[in-house]
Design a protein around this ligand. Sequence first.
Ligand code: TYC
Length: 105
Amino acid sequence: MTEEQHKANHDLAVEEARPKLKRPPLYQVVLLNDDFTPMEFVVEVLEKVFGMDRSRATRIMLEVHTRGKGVCGIYTYEIAETKVAQVNSYSRQHQHPLLCTMEES
Ligand code: TYC
């Protein structure tokens, strides 16, 4: 910077940048119905992975059973991804076809 420019800067209105705090995008973790996974197993998964009590887990399981799919929870990307992986891996370990996915909400 030249001496002239340096002096000129003193006349500029210098504004502080506002801190940009964007909320992270959120993702719905969605459970899908199938004809083979036992209802009791789905309830157990909802309790274990999503921390639901028995009555909430049962309500969500029945909603998925009757409507084809249902939302288990809404999380930031990595939490949602982890829940999906936990459900699918636990289901496979027990030879059930239960499927869980995520979609931006
Ligand atoms: N439809 C299954 C049955 O009749 C129960 C079930 C509910 C399966 C929810 C998957 O995500 C599911 N045994």
